[in-house]
Design a protein around this ligand. Structure first.
Ligand code: NAD
Ligand code: GLY
Length: 368
């Protein structure tokens, strides 16, 4: 097992990463909280694959453990499903001392975190991520949210977990498509901040699972994210770099319909587009742009977008949290391992580039 810490004043927390660590680490972390009631938030898929997993791990701790099982899927990451968590909390008489445990991928983590940040004005929560994407990205950093039909993750809060337990054995049941999607967020952290980590990640495949590699990769990925969050928790500036690829990624998810493309797939296509723009605008060297296209491209399924014209493109981008007025703060690459925020990027200019990108690389994104 390896561990690291996110050091936010008064809200520091530990992240443990390893194989078969949950049974020992989770009860210890839970006992650090002055609580006698744990509410686990999970979904139907996890409940079927790992029946009452967290309940069983905590059953000898003397706590009451209640499990709220939500429908599975990005299409359920909305206010209606969030309400189901609150209904459940009321039914089991949860209160300010209740501890929440999010057991699932990024969708469960984001929704449980949001519920924990608002139920009785805030209760503590622990992340037990079960997908590669949530191991390397969403379980760390405290962004929580649900989607609005017009904009991805537009309703949410910042709420740091008390502890993150990254149990690698859950990855054994994760479908191949989900592993590849999580791999995109690993590559993202290398692309924006650490060329050596990008190359390290590219030199190892996610399949078949290699737990020694994964432990290292997740550790380095959480480290990159944790250091950024320590400097800019609420995204006043620096943290926006973590949104590399997300302007187009969120547009794809919202326009295609939540759940059609996986978050990591949409972000992967968005990172290719952002690297293309970086090259076209003379920031990124041509050989680096080509390396990025070739290396990401081999893991991406083509994204097909129907009925997307400039007006829809503009409206979706300007609904995005990163936008203001008629322009957007767009993340570009200066070189492999170094991103920057291009303030007030014109949506018209991005649309021009997007048309060229889709015409040249329909195997990444195609306009139908
Ligand atoms: P997900 O939570 O939908 O999980 C993917 C699928 O895998 C689901 O069907 C889930 O039930 C299933 N699954 C989960 N664990 C499994 C396991 N061990 N074995 C088999 N199946 C399993 O998707 P995700 O990719 O984990 O997360 C995507 C979400 O995360 C998006 O909503 C995105 O907006 C959010 N996100 C948040 C942040 C953040 O900082 N908060 C960062 C990145 C992404
Ligand atoms: N996934 C972007 C962030 O956490 O800021």
């Amino acid at each position: 097992m390896i561990s690291l810490q996110v050091n936010l004043p008064g809200r520091e927390y530990k992240i443990d990463i390893g194989l078969n660590i949950l049974e020992k680490q989770l009860p210890e972390a839970v006992l650090l909280n002055a609580t006698d009631h744990v509410v686990v938030v999970t979904n139907t898929t996890l409940q079927e694959l790992y029946p009452d997993c967290i309940f069983n791990v905590l059953k000898d701790s003397g706590m009451q453990v209640s499990t709220c099982v939500l429908p599975d899927g990005e299409e359920h990451k909305n206010l209606a499903t969030l309400s189901q968590i609150f209904d459940f909390m009321m039914e089991v008489s949860a209160n300010r001392k209740t501890l929440m445990v999010a057991f699932g991928g990024g969708v469960i983590g984001d929704m449980a975190g949001f519920a924990a940040s608002t139920f009785v004005r805030g209760i503590p929560f622990i992340q037990v991520p079960t997908t590669l994407l949530s191991d390397v990205d969403s379980s760390v950093g405290g962004k929580t949210a649900v989607n609005h039909p017009l904009g991805k993750n537009t309703i949410g809060s910042f709420k740091q977990p008390e502890y993150v337990c990254i149990e690698l054995s859950f990855l054994k049941t994760l479908p191949s498509r989900e592993l590849k999607a999580g791999y995109m967020e690993l590559l993202k952290h290398g692309l924006i901040q650490d060329a050596d980590f990008f190359n390290f990640t590219l030199n190892h495949s996610v399949e078949p699972l290699d737990f020694n590699y994964l432990e290292q990769a997740i550790f380095r990925s959480c480290g990159i994210k944790g250091r950024v969050v320590e400097q800019d928790e609420t995204e006043k500036g620096l943290r926006a770099n973590l949104n590399f690829g997300h302007t187009l990624g969120h547009l794809i998810e919202t326009h295609a319909g939540y759940g059609m493309y996986l978050h990591g797939e949409a972000v992967g296509a968005g990172m290719c587009f952002a690297a293309f723009v970086s090259w076209r605008w003379n920031e990124l060297a041509e050989n680096e742009w080509e390396l990025i296209r070739n290396s990401l491209g081999q893991f991406l399924q083509p994204v097909k977008l129907a009925n997307l014209d400039f007006e829809i493109f503009r409206d979706l981008i300007l609904h995005d949290k990163k936008a203001n007025k008629q322009a957007v703060n767009f993340i570009l690459l200066k070189k492999l391992g170094e991103s920057f925020i291009q303030q007030e990027t014109s949506v018209e200019k991005l649309w021009d580039e997007f048309r060229q990108f889709t015409a040249k690389f329909p195997e990444i994104v195609e306009l139908e």
